[in-house]
Design a protein around this ligand. Structure first.
Ligand SMILES: [Cu+2]
Length: 591
């Protein structure tokens, strides 16, 4: 669809807000963070919105911690009703003009969900990327009601990285995060400091990117009321307005210098592919990526040629060089990823034309940088960055426990298809029905699904200190960002598959499908590991027609954790499973 919708808000009006910094050292490592209702203006021309946020703010304060210095947070749930979010499923996918309803504000004929309106502020905080003991990890069912609080201890025995904290309540994470419950958490350490990277304002700038929608009044004017809208064909909420640090399409004045942008996709479901454009041309060479989810890469990398892809919860640490630019220069960040994202390429040169209503991307603008006068500051940072980790050795991988997980789409009557997971266990050849087979280089492994729902029996018991290889097999048409709690992992491979699913082959615990590790002739994706993915990750994109293998080694903490798709609408509807990390000494005693 070539049509463009006129944005109902003017872009690049508001300055980019910088979240308040909460430096743990200044509070002797002991913090109190209250979850509160707040008032927030997402755009100059929008009425004030009611939000639920940490300290009543969107985003919450950026907590900054030092490696090796534990941080204690008393999380106080002081949320008050009514629930600040309208939730609706519109009756049709597109409106009378043929425009998909998710591209426009307003309820689009939907009615406000009464169950959502009745929510009273249950909350639980998860520090995403935290090497956190299980009791403080924010198990999705261990809720705090309004008026309750909990003290969580974060050892901070982990490398410098951009983490984030957000709500993780079973079944309603998508609503609590959308209402505003998210904030950044930066871990710093000495090895990173020795590189001389910008730290703090003005040259280190966090960018927390989300998409948001708002309701309309009877006259069709935006009310500022936050709106989570889905439709009968798309179960995820993709909203038309891109919000950075709480403002719709903001602008940042920059000096002619190198800036360090700490970017996170904190959207419920939308994947971004970011392209920096000046005078109509992409200028990706201005950007060097130095870090990913769990901190510094081993070597600085250039942007992928189509732009920087970040799915929900993925992070990027970027150096952007504005030092050669004259005052008055303007650079605009565009998003070229259609939704739901399936990995399809889009040329960076066409970024300004990326609007795509069918792709639920009505407004590709993200934010703008405006160069202001200043003395040019050019600096060279080392190309070699992290030296503290390597790839797992062949021996470690040969000894690794292997696990397989299928990502599947189950058809439901009268509801959108449900995207969920199946944990797989290898079976003997004699077991013949309802199996998933994986054929790799002529060798076929046969699997039976052993768990489908969050509440099904736990089947993953990783042993501390030992590498495991998890194989994620995507049998759906969407890219899923799979997040593993606790320790980071490394991506071992990303390979194309072709597969056949028997008619009605995705049932609860019966899955009948044949997967072959070879390219489907119709498949256009390159299934490569990008250079910027060759670091310590905690969230990995698994594209359609693809198997991704990750090597994960859990280190210090025993207990019950979760892994899940970080598309919050998927996670909330069962695309999440538990695992229990075990000390080796206990294994002989496990039945
Ligand atoms: Cu998913």
């Amino acid at each position: 669809m070539a049509r463009r919708l006129l944005p109902q808000l003017a872009p690049f009006i508001d300055g980019l807000p910088l979240p308040q910094r909460l430096i743990a050292e200044e509070h002797h490592g002991s913090l109190v963070v209250r979850m509160r209702m707040g008032e927030h203006r997402f755009h100059r021309d929008l009425p004030v919105s009611t939000i639920w946020g940490y300290e009543g703010m969107v985003p919450g304060p950026t907590i900054e911690a030092e490696r090796g210095h534990p941080v204690t947070v008393e999380w106080r749930n002081e949320l008050e009703g009514p629930f600040p979010l309208e939730v609706t499923t519109a009756p049709t996918h597109a409106d009378a003009r043929g425009v998909p309803v998710q591209c426009v504000p307003g309820l689009s004929g939907g009615t406000a969900d009464r169950n959502a309106a009745a929510l009273t502020g249950q909350a639980v905080v998860h520090l995403h990327g935290g090497l956190t003991p299980a009791v403080y990890d924010g198990w999705a069912e261990n809720l705090l009601a309004s008026g309750q609080s909990a003290v969580f201890h974060y050892p901070m025995d982990q490398r410098a990285a951009l983490l984030w904290y957000h709500d993780h309540v079973m079944g309603i994470t998508r609503f609590d995060v959308y209402a505003g419950l998210a904030g950044l958490w930066i871990v710093r350490d000495q090895p990173e400091r020795e590189l001389g990277l910008p730290e703090g304002p003005p040259f280190e700038v966090p960018l927390l990117i989300q998409d948001r929608n708002f309701d309309l009044d009877a006259q069709g004017r935006l009310t500022g009321v936050l709106l989570h809208k889905t439709d009968p064909e798309v179960m995820e909420a993709f909203a038309p307005f891109t919000v950075v640090n709480g403002k719709v399409w903001p602008a940042l004045d920059v000096q002619p210098a190198i800036y360090r942008l700490r970017v996170i996709n904190a959207s419920n479901a939308r994947t971004y592919r970011l392209v920096l454009v000046r005078n109509g041309d992409p200028e990706l060479d201005r950007i060097t990526q130095i870090g990913t989810d769990h901190g510094l890469l081993r070597a600085a990398t250039r942007m992928p040629s189509d732009g920087l892809v970040l799915a929900s919860a993925e992070r990027a640490d970027l150096l952007v060089d504005f030092s050669d630019l004259a005052p008055g220069s303007e650079l605009t960040l565009f998003n070229t990823a259609k939704a739901p994202f399936d990995g399809s390429p889009f040329a960076a040169a066409r970024a300004e034309m990326a609007a795509d209503l069918a792709g639920l991307l009505p407004h590709p603008e993200v934010m703008r940088f405006r160069v202001v006068p200043g003395s040019a500051q050019r600096r060279v940072f080392p190309a070699a960055l992290a030296t503290d980790y390597g790839a797992p050795s062949p021996q470690e991988l040969a000894d690794a426990k292997r696990r397989a997980i299928a990502l599947v789409e189950r058809e439901l009557e009268g509801e959108p298809n449900m995207l969920t997971m199946r944990e797989l266990a290898p079976v003997e050849d004699s077991d013949s029905t309802g199996l998933l087979t994986v054929t790799d280089d002529g060798i076929t492994t046969r699997y039976r699904a052993v768990a489908a729902h969050f509440e099904d029996v736990t089947t993953f018991f990783p042993v501390l200190g030992e590498y495991e290889v998890w194989q994620l097999i995507n049998l759906t048409g969407d890219t899923h960002p799979i997040h593993v709690h606790l320790d980071p992992f490394q991506i071992l491979s990303r390979r194309p598959i072709r597969y056949e699913i028997a008619k009605g082959g995705i049932e609860d615990l019966v899955i009948t499908a044949a997967v072959t590790l070879e390219r489907d002739p119709a498949d256009q994706l390159d299934h490569a590991i990008d250079d910027n993915e060759r670091g310590l990750k905690d969230t990995v994109r698994v594209n359609p027609n693809e198997v991704v293998e990750i090597a994960v080694r859990f280190t210090n903490y025993s207990g019950r954790y979760m892994y899940h798709c970080h598309i919050l609408e998927h996670e909330d509807r069962d695309m999440m499973r538990p695992f229990v990390t075990m000390p080796r000494e206990l294994m002989p005693f496990m039945a």
